[in-house]
Design a protein around this ligand. Structure first.
Ligand code: DC
Length: 227
């Protein structure tokens, strides 16, 4: 097993931004597992599958070949690319519709089985930082570093609102917060590996922290445990 860092937490806590920063500085591969669930959600949306229909999801799931690769990104970083049946689908993954579908479809055990297996294979012989909802509890229970990253839902909504605003999309802050809370509820209350804090995870509440402060704390933990 390589050196594995597991980051879990609710939507908008800053997991991917912080994990990417730390991965680059510590020379670890960054694996965004949410993007894999989003790719599966995109497939179900395109195929018109009802995400609550367990049998239909299980059947369709077999037709979805999801793999990841790495391509040169901004600032000499390596960007994770998700391929759905050979197509690079990164450009379609970050919409609200796909995010909400991912939250519903990820509650289906067949989807989880398939993606967890892929995630475990990826981490087998590589030093990586993986973020998601069940990484420390289910995907990489033996990870050397486990962090549960969280923040107040209003703060998370404001971050999401600002991100959409920068992309030129207008939305209502209360609506964004309500969506986030609804997604938290679904992710925390589903039967199949719900979002919970691993017993041995370090909790980092980023409500009053900058990205740099949170990343520095994560890197400190990684350096401490890597030696
Ligand atoms: O992190 P994200 O918003 O991109 O994730 C999208 C959805 O996928 C999220 O609502 C819950 C689900 N997910 C999951 O169930 N397990 C993971 N390891 C990662 C994401």
């Amino acid at each position: 097993m390589g050196f594995n860092v597991a980051i879990d937490g609710p939507a908008g806590a800053g997991k991917s931004t912080i994990a990417k920063l730390a991965a680059k500085k510590l020379n670890l591969i960054y694996v965004d597992t949410g993007a894999m669930y989003r790719a599966m959600a995109l497939f179900m949306l395109r195929e018109g599958v009802n995400p609550q229909d367990t049998e239909a999801v299980e059947r369709k799931c077999r037709e979805a070949d999801i793999t990841i690769g790495y391509e040169p990104g901004e600032n000499e970083s390596r960007e994770q690319v998700v391929y759905l049946n050979g197509e690079n689908v990164n450009a379609y993954l970050r919409t609200e519709a796909v995010g909400n579908m991912a939250s519903v479809v990820s509650a289906q055990p067949a989807v989880r089985r398939k993606l967890v297996e892929l995630q475990q294979r990826l981490a087998e012989d590589k030093d990586c930082i993986m973020d998601g909802r069940d990484i420390g509890t289910c995907v990489l229970p033996g990870a050397q570093v486990k962090v549960y990253l969280t923040a107040d839902s209003r703060v998370r909504a404001k971050r999401r609102f600002d991100e959409l605003f920068r992309k030129g999309q207008t939305c209502d802050l209360d609506r964004v917060q309500a969506d986030i809370e609804e997604r938290d509820y679904r992710d925390m209350h589903r039967e199949a590996s719900p979002l919970t804090q691993a017993e041995d995870a370090v909790v980092l509440d980023t409500s009053e922290m900058t990205i740099e402060e949170a990343a520095a704390e994560l890197m400190r933990l990684c350096r401490e445990r890597r030696n």
